[in-house]
Structure formats: C-alpha cells, structure tokens
Design a protein around this ligand. Structure first.
Ligand code: BYC
Length: 497
C-alpha cells in the first residue's frame, strides 16, 4: 500500500464550499476574521508569548534552531491546504483554522436533533462543553512533552522531520482548542487556556488529565505505536466531537482531522518499516523462527514478539482513553448534542436519540466475562471503543501481510479488550491477551511475556542510536518507499546547525 493510500484511508475529508485564504504574515494566521474582534485578538495575542515559552521549554529538545522541512496549513481547501518549506520550529505559523461553515447545518443526534446547530454556547451546557474542550486541548501539549527527547535518537532525518511535523501540528491543535475557550468561555476560558500551559505530562503534582498522556514515550518504537494507536483515539474522539451541535467545535475538529491522518501514517509506516528490516534480515541470515529472539537481536533488529508486546502496551493504555464503557457523562454529552458517535450523521439503523435502544457491553460478572445488553445511551463510550478497535485492525492486517510476504511465520494480533486496563469495566481484573481472567500470581508470572519487560526496554534503548546523515537509516528500520512531498531519498529534511 502506498503512502497516499494510507493517508486516504485515515483522512476524513473537509468539505470546503469555498476557499478561505489565510495571511501567514499575520501574528496569528487565521480564517476566523480575528481582526474584527479586537478583544479576542488581544486575549490570544497575550496568550501567544506564553505558548512560545512553553514550546521552548517543553517542545523538541535540541533542535529549536534547526531548519525543518515542515508542512504548514495555509487554508482549508482539501485540494491545496498546506505548503512545505524549511522553518525553524519556534517560527512555525501556528494558526486558527476552522473548516468552512455548512449553511443550514442541523444537529444530527440527541434531544435537540433536527434543530439548528448552535453558534454560541447554551448556558445549560457550558460546563460540560468546557470540560470536553479542556480534555481535548490537554492531550495536545501533553503528547509534545512526551516526545520531546526523541529528536536526539532519530533513526534518520526523514523520521526526525516527521516527529517535528507531528509536534508542531499538536501545537496547532492546542491553538484550536484555546481559540474556542478564549472566544466562548470568557474569564473561565482564559484561565483554562493558561492551565493548559501549566500542567506537565508525568508530573506528580500537576499532571496531564488523561492517563496515557502521563506515560513516557521513551523510544522510537513507542513513538510509532503511539502515533498509530493513540493518535487514532484522537481521530475517533475528534470525529465524535465533529458531530457536535456546537458548530465552532465541529468545524475546528473537522479541520484537525485532516492533519491527524498524517500522524497515523507516520505510526503505521514506522512499524511497517521496522517489520521490513527485521524480516528481510532474518531471511538473509537464515533465521526461520521469529521466536529465536537472541539471534534476531544480535543482528541489531527488533524481534517480532517484542513488537507485539509494545503494541499490547500501547493498545491497552489507549483503550483506557475512551473512559468507562458505561458512563453517565457520555450519556449526558450525547443527549445534549455535544458529542456524537463515530460517523454519527451517516449512521443508519437507529433514531440518533437512542432513548429505547440497547448495546452489548462486555462486563465482568461473578468472575466471568459476559456480554450484557445495556441502555445504548449509557454505552456510548463502549461503542466508540469498539469502533476504535475495529479501526485499528486495518493497519495490523497490512503489517501481517508484510510479514507473510517476507516469508516469516508470525501474526500480530490485538489483545482482548479487557487486557491491562485501569479504567472502566475491566479495571481491577487481571485479564490475559487471550481474554482469560487470571490470578494475581499468574499475572505476575506471565505479564513479562505480554508487556515489554525490563530486558526488552534495555534492548530497545541499546538500539536507539542517532542516524543523522542524509539518506541514511538506522539498522533496525527500512527506508520509506516515498519521500515527504516526493522529495528524493537523500533529501536534507532537517538542517541541523
Ligand atoms: N485517565 O464517565 P467516565 C488526542 C475521567 S486523544 C484519567 O469514565 P467520560 C490525541 C473522566 O475525565 C483524544 N481520567 O468517562 C492523541 C471523568 O473525570 P471527571 C482526546 C479519566 O467522562 C495523540 C471520570 O474519569 N480527546 O486527541 O465519558 C496525540 C469519569 O469519566 C480517563 C478526548 O478524549 C483516563 N483514561 O469520558 C495528541 C475527547 N478516562 O470529569 C492528541 C474529550 C476517564 O469526573 N474527552 N477519566 O473529573 C472526552 O470525551 C471524555 O472526557 C473522555 C472520558 C472520553 C476522555
């Protein structure tokens, strides 16, 4: 599958009815006519230097004055929304971009279904909406913080550039949420915007809000797994928020989704290239059994069982990001029209109000896993999680095709939904990847086969040596098939000064 195919599969199109050009020379480039609202403009201009201080303190370490070949959003027309060029990251043009307004848009679900979408925040939903925007906003700087040391060990300039591209776009997504907070939530919103720059990933006294965003991203395998699995939570959540009755939120999320597709592409192809390097070298060295771990590791490659354990970790912590499977918060968000289901407006087969519908949720009852019919409204998180798990499978199938094509007998799989969970129905239970409830003692004895163990982490760490020469790649990862924006193989994606 080509890079473009993957991008198309994961992209959610922005239906532009008109092309709005933005002025990159503006202090805050935007397509929201910021200049016409002086108070808002002043508030955002006051936040901007604080954002830049945060970026310099917590953004990519060591490469702030390097020239990086970055994509910058310059409009919202699907056929030409970005331009490429070398930029120093602190000079990146972080802007505010909303997908075009759809005239006459109505609310597609919940108790206000069919009414006109809201252009302002209704008083009764103010705190619910603010909370969701803050949670969404909080994940963006968190991921930049998690990834800040990776530049030093980049396996190539191509990968380093992709890392920084992801980072600046997460920064732009923070801007998108801060715009909504400052414009629509007055003083509360300005305080929340400030707090978004103060929480820190992994810090004990002021951590990021959601669990997975306080985990470390210590190596490039984690980065690829994170961008494949955790950015995909971003895709699902943004798609659910893009259905929102609050039109400015919907339009913000619709445009963010266009950028998100590249992040998942980086993850999918990163894992794929790791698999390619491993399987090709195994064949060359005559190693038939993928479980001959020592032999594979001696060649400076990532063995496939280790890749599975890494994937297990990232899948399980990301599944926690969907919240409890059965949730009254999620029911409230749905009924009030604030957050829909994945692809809500196009779903057929129910009334989009769900007052009488049920949904099958896997639960632990009397020490057994059972499927129970639960009111669909209270199962909104469970449904989004199921949709997410299905969405993850596409890339896993493509990875397995590569393994098969290279003649190795191994299949990557998704662990059971309840494996290694801390939030929701399965929290407090020990469940194996195959979906058996196990004792604490069994878990202690076997979890080193299911999740990365200390030796795995030491080995990965030993592989993380920088490879920063033009056109060169670390031994454990194959070169990409196509360059970014079709650049040649030896292109200098990052000019390190
Ligand atoms: N860790 O009823 P519950 C992305 C809290 S990723 C810690 O179970 P609810 C990106 C919850 O906040 C997408 N706390 O669930 C990816 C609540 O606390 P409060 C991010 C958790 O409320 C890569 C309490 O537990 N966007 O964009 O339905 C790179 C009970 O909640 C966790 C969104 O998530 C957890 N894992 O749903 C960069 C969309 N889970 O309020 C970016 C906005 C739950 O009682 N957020 N809690 O203090 C939401 O829709 C919802 O807040 C959640 C939780 C789905 C997260």
């Amino acid at each position: 599958m080509s890079a473009e195919d993957i991008l198309v599969e994961d992209s959610v199109s922005v239906s532009a009815d008109r092309f709005v050009e933005i002025k990159l020379e503006d202090l805050i480039p935007n397509n929201v006519d910021l200049a016409s609202d002086k108070q808002l403009q002043r508030a955002l201009e006051a936040w901007r230097p604080k954002y830049l201080d945060w970026w310099k303190e917590m953004g990519p370490e060591g490469y702030q004055v390097s020239d990086v070949y970055l994509r910058t959003a310059v409009g919202v027309d699907p056929s030409g929304w970005a331009k490429f060029g070398h930029v120093q990251m602190p000079d990146y043009r972080w802007g505010i971009l909303l997908a075009p307004k759809v005239e006459g848009r109505t609310i597609p679900f919940g108790r206000h279904k069919g009414e006109a979408a809201w252009q302002e925040v209704p008083g009764e939903y103010r705190s619910l909406l603010r909370r969701l925007i803050v949670v969404q906003g909080d994940t963006e700087p968190a991921s930049v913080e998690q990834q800040r040391y990776l530049g030093k060990t980049a396996p190539s300039l191509y990968d380093m550039r992709n890392l920084f591209q992801v980072n600046v776009e997460e920064g732009r997504h923070l801007w998108a949420m801060v715009y909504l907070l400052v414009k629509y939530f007055a003083k509360d919103g300005r305080e929340e915007a400030q707090a978004l720059l103060e929480r820190r990933s992994g810090q004990t006294d002021n951590p990021r809000i959601l669990g997975a965003f306080n985990e470390r991203t210590p190596d490039w395998l984690s980065f690829f797994m994170f961008t494949y699995f955790t950015d995909r939570d971003g895709k699902m959540q943004l798609a659910a928020l893009a259905e929102s009755a609050f039109d400015p939120l919907s339009r913000s999320c619709r445009f963010m989704l266009t950028e998100e597709a590249h992040h998942m592409f980086v993850g999918e192809t990163g894992v794929q290239r790791t698999i390619e390097a491993t399987c090709a070298a195994m064949t060359k060295a005559g190693i038939k059994d993928p479980h001959e771990v020592e032999a594979v590791r001696r060649l400076g490659l990532v063995d496939l069982p280790l890749l599975q354990r890494k994937a297990n970790f990232h899948m399980s912590v990301t599944r926690d990001l969907f919240g409890s499977e059965i949730s009254s918060n999620a029911a409230d968000s749905f009924s009030s029209g604030i957050k829909g289901r994945f692809n809500e407006a196009n779903l057929s087969g129910d009334d989009h109000v769900l007052s009488d519908a049920t949904y099958k949720v896997t639960r632990v009852v009397d020490g057994k896993l059972v499927e129970e019919d639960v009111p669909a409204l209270r199962s909104i998180n469970s449904r989004l999680l199921d949709d997410y798990i299905a969405d993850c499978q596409g890339g896993i199938n493509r990875w397995n095709k590569v393994i098969e094509k290279l003649g190795v007998d191994f299949k990557l799989t998704q662990p059971h939904k309840g494996f290694n969970r801390r939030i929701g129905e399965f929290a407090g239970h020990k469940i194996s990847p195959k979906g058996e409830i196990v004792s604490e003692a069994q878990w202690q004895a076997e979890s080193g086969q299911w999740l990365p163990n200390d030796e795995d982490m030491r080995f990965i760490d030993s592989l993380m040596k920088p490879c920063h020469e033009r056109g060169q790649y670390a031994s454990w990862i194959a070169p990409p098939r196509v360059g970014i924006n079709n650049q040649p193989g030896d292109y200098e994606y990052v000019k390190i000064h």
